[in-house]
Design a binder for this molecule. Structure first.
Ligand code: ADP
Ligand code: NA
Length: 332
């Protein structure tokens, strides 16, 4: 049995949203605070699978690091680093390129979604991305990976690679990782369309709350969030066919560390004229300290680089010996 270790990564490919905070960063901080061994990575090598302006990428990587720290990830207790600073990721990814089968990767729905009709023009990196993700995880012998629903298929591929590697070489070297899928209650939906995920890539800025939004922007986006005209129901079942209302209740619950039932117990029967301002106040009170801390950290990028450098040293200290053993197993 392998000791429990959590690994997760986020791409530095744009600003962070309330969805990233509630679905990822806040949960990452909870795992750290529970004393779990936690490794968190800015996956810049994943970001360049599609075009990135170099200066914007550098900025986004530092801003993402600031977002992690401002959300409660403590670089002394978690390993917090930038993927491209730890060479084991790319070397292990190459070995996994030689383990994973073409047919496995062809089945990946995210590649089909992202490449669309232009698969022939997509980068080879975008196609092979799941092998690098497998390397990210296995370079640390991580056992648990908190991810969104959309990454479930990639994690299954990671498991298949571990199983095939262990089988082909007759070893029990790589753990078969367990996905920790976010619950529906932590999936934050668009403020403009309750059936779509809140995302930094949505063209409408009104659809999302950015972690860098000020209090006025947060309040205005919540006030304008699409809803139906009915008051909130007296029971949770009453939200079943009301995705927009359900989303706002879930966001309130997640921000307040309450259950959705608790929110309904408090606001059932009230209209959005009452609930939206309460939600806006709550969101501002929870997010303002994070955005203030992010901008404070971004005033000293040398300090962010120093923190990421130290994180990379700690990451290397784990990944290098695992890579060395992998090379030995493979005969390299
Ligand atoms: P990446 O491309 O690095 O996966 P994403 O922004 O898609 O970047 O996701 C980063 C992390 O934030 C993932 O763990 C993902 O599950 C989480 N996340 C992103 N959007 C949401 C959302 N709307 N609700 C909940 N979690 C989300
Ligand atoms: Na994603």
């Amino acid at each position: 049995a392998f000791p429990q270790r959590i690994f997760s990564g986020i791409q530095p490919s744009g600003g962070l949203t309330l969805g990233n905070y509630l679905g990822a960063l806040k949960r990452f901080a909870v795992a750290q605070d529970e004393g779990t061994d936690t490794v968190y990575c800015m996956v810049d090598l994943h970001a360049i699978t599609v075009w990135q302006d170099p200066d914007k990428l550098r900025h986004a990587t530092r801003e993402l690091a600031a977002g992690f720290i401002a959300s409660g990830i403590d670089p002394a207790r978690s390993i917090l680093f930038n993927q491209s600073q730890v060479p084991a990721h790319t070397e292990l990814a190459w070995i996994f390129n030689c383990v994973a089968r073409m047919g496995w990767l062809r089945r990946m729905t995210q590649f089909k979604d992202k490449a669309g009709k232009h698969a022939e023009e997509a980068s080879v990196g975008l196609f092979a991305y799941p092998n690098l993700m497998a390397a990210d995880i296995m370079a640390y012998h991580a056992t648990h990976v908190p991810v969104g629903e959309d990454q479930k298929q990639h994690l299954e591929l990671t498991r298949d690679i571990a199983i095939k590697f262990n089988h082909d070489y007759g070893v029990d070297f790589f753990p078969v990782v367990e996905p920790v899928i976010e619950g529906a209650a932590t999936r934050v939906m668009s403020l403009r369309d309750g059936t779509k995920k809140m995302s930094k890539s949505d063209p409408s800025d009104q659809s999302r709350i950015n972690l860098t939004d000020d209090a006025d922007a947060i309040a205005s986006k919540i006030r304008k969030a699409r809803t139906d005209p009915e008051p909130l129901p007296e029971t949770l079942e009453g939200l079943a066919d009301r995705p927009e209302a359900r989303n706002l209740v879930n966001i309130y619950a997640a921000l307040a560390d309450m259950s959705p039932e608790g929110v309904i117990a408090e606001f059932g029967g009230q209209g959005f004229g009452v609930f939206k301002p309460a939600l806006a106040d709550l969101a501002v009170s929870k997010l303002s300290p994070i955005s203030a801390e992010m901008s404070r950290l971004m005033q000293d990028v040398a300090e962010i680089d120093r923190i990421l450098g130290q994180g990379a040293d700690r990451a290397n200290a784990i990944a290098e010996p695992i890579l060395a053993q992998t090379r030995e197993i493979v005969g390299l």
